[in-house]
Design a protein. Structure first.
Length: 120
């Protein structure tokens, strides 16, 4: 049987009150950049090993097969999304539209109101 669909994306979109962002946009932009840098950090095999050692049990990544799978997927870029930009937001909203179409959501929130990037 052929697998269909998309690879899992391991990402953590940042969530903040717009008022917090508007209060100090430089702080918000720097915070977002630091989070993106941490995503790129954990994708490096030696850093992934350290993260699993420190937090693997909490994350449910404990057996050698799971660890090997995550390392392989990270190396191949199959589950890692280090950036939050307009392209990613478009993909997220496609997913939300799909979820609505199949009844998982009653409505899709307005992208203009709820999606924010710090692209220059």
């Amino acid at each position: 049987m052929q697998k269909k669909g998309f690879p899992v994306i391991w990402a953590a979109p940042l969530v903040a009150w717009r008022s917090w962002v508007d209060e100090d946009k430089t702080r918000a932009k720097n915070f977002a950049a630091a989070i993106e840098e941490s995503f790129r950090w954990v994708a490096k095999p030696e850093n992934f090993d350290a993260a699993v050692k420190a937090h693997g049990e909490l994350a449910g990544v404990t057996d050698p097969a799971s660890i090997a799978t995550y390392k392989k997927w990270l190396a191949e870029g199959l589950i890692f999304l280090p950036d939050w930009n307009a392209k990613v937001i478009a993909a997220e909203w496609q997913f939300l539209d799909l979820a609505k179409r199949y009844g998982a959501l009653d409505a899709v929130p307005a992208k203009e109101k709820y999606a924010l990037t710090f692209e220059s």
